[in-house]
Design a binder for this molecule. Structure first.
Ligand code: FES
Ligand SMILES: [Fe+2]
Length: 359
């Protein structure tokens, strides 16, 4: 029997997207550091002008990791035989062993390099589709912000799970009362019927902007401002959940991405910006403490689930609570199909769709 696209849970990675490789604060001028993204080892660095770069972490000569080499802020020097490379183009600039009589054209040798840009405090690396290495590189993602000044903070955690399990955890509406129990958020006793309308967006879907549910303390606090409150959550391929809350001139905007490091390991990167309650003392440490607890609850859940997943059981996705997860698998299958055939299959959401679940 043919499987529906959402049943093809093959954990295939998506190429042709930007992924966050490191926090900007982790890159120092004139220093190299290693990172891994979708199983690709990277040497990351920041040149003397402050520009970040990403090279494949294996020297084109005899594969010494370039991240073990030297960097004077201008050229990366391999620690094995001292070949030097331009960090942005990867072009070889010097081979110390050459005596001058060899026909070797040094400038024709390149270390593999990746498009690299900084946004929102992250170093983003574009991983082109290996079958389409010359496809145009789109601009990197950027967290929407709505006015200046604002406060911004970042959190992250490594998740011992495959990309798909990490991502469907991002948009799973039914785990909240069980995994994220807290007096200020929600408990099993606050479970009630939710009804949300979703609509398609390119490469994703979003909840149509609406009044937030009244059963959580943060939303009650927002009402103090006296403006109508609206919220929306959207998911975009390959790995991104965006949430926005608007309240008159006040706003909150966050983004969570789940990025594969290798097959069994992901990293969740969470960035939030807001101009709400900026006068409240300790608002950043408070927010970070709540955020860390939240992410730790998800991380722990993924860790426990990984033990079950390793037993390779059949898994289920049910309606309506797991419908966003089904859409994710369908969007992914559609993206891969469009790449293969050049013709884009229809979006999994034909238009607005209302889902009902209890959480
Ligand atoms: S391996 Fe890098 S210079 Fe030889
Ligand atoms: Fe969660």
């Amino acid at each position: 029997m043919a499987r529906a696209p959402h049943e093809e849970r093959n954990d295939e990675w998506l190429w042709g997207f930007w992924y966050p490789a490191a926090r900007s604060s982790q890159l120092r001028r004139g220093k190299l550091r290693s990172a891994e993204l979708l199983g690709i080892a990277l040497a990351l660095g920041r040149d003397a002008q402050g520009r970040a770069f990403a090279l494949f972490d294996a020297c084109p000569h005899r594969a010494m990791p370039l991240s073990c080499g030297g960097f004077d802020g201008r050229l990366v020097e391999c620690s094995y035989h001292g070949w030097k490379f331009d960090p942005h183009t990867g072009q070889c600039r010097e081979i110390p062993s050459l005596a001058g009589h060899e026909p070797l054209r040094v400038e024709r040798i390149h270390a593999r390099r990746f498009p690299c840009e900084e946004r929102d405090g992250y170093v983003w690396v574009f991983l082109a589709d290996p079958e389409r290495p010359d496809e145009p590189v789109p601009p990197p993602p950027e967290l929407p912000v709505f006015s200046e000044p604002y406060t911004r903070t970042h959190l992250q955690a490594e998740l011992p799970c495959t990309m798909d399990n990490g991502i469907i955890g991002l948009m799973d509406p039914a785990h909240g009362p069980f995994v994220h129990q807290a007096w200020w958020w929600r408990s099993r006793h606050s479970i009630r019927l939710k009804e949300k309308t979703f609509e398609p967006i390119p490469d994703g879907f979003r909840i149509v902007p609406h009044e937030p549910s009244p059963n959580s303390a943060p939303y009650k606090l927002l009402r103090l401002y006296g403006y109508p409150v609206t919220t929306t959550i959207e998911f975009r391929l390959p790995n991104m959940r965006l949430e926005q809350i608007r309240c008159g001139p006040y706003w909150f905007s966050s983004r969570a991405t789940v990025t594969p490091i290798h097959r069994e390991r992901c990293r969740i990167d969470f960035v939030a910006a807001w101009n709400l309650f900026r006068w409240v003392p300790f608002v950043v440490p408070l927010f970070r403490a709540f955020g860390k607890r939240f992410i730790e609850q998800d991380r722990r859940t993924m860790e426990l689930q990984a033990a079950g997943v390793a037993r390779q059981p059949r898994m289920m996705l049910i309606d309506d609570a797991d419908r966003p997860a089904k859409w994710y698998f369908q969007l992914k299958a559609r993206y891969l199909e469009a790449k293969r055939t050049g013709a884009e299959p229809p979006h999994p959401l034909p238009g607005r769709v209302t889902l009902r679940w209890r959480s």
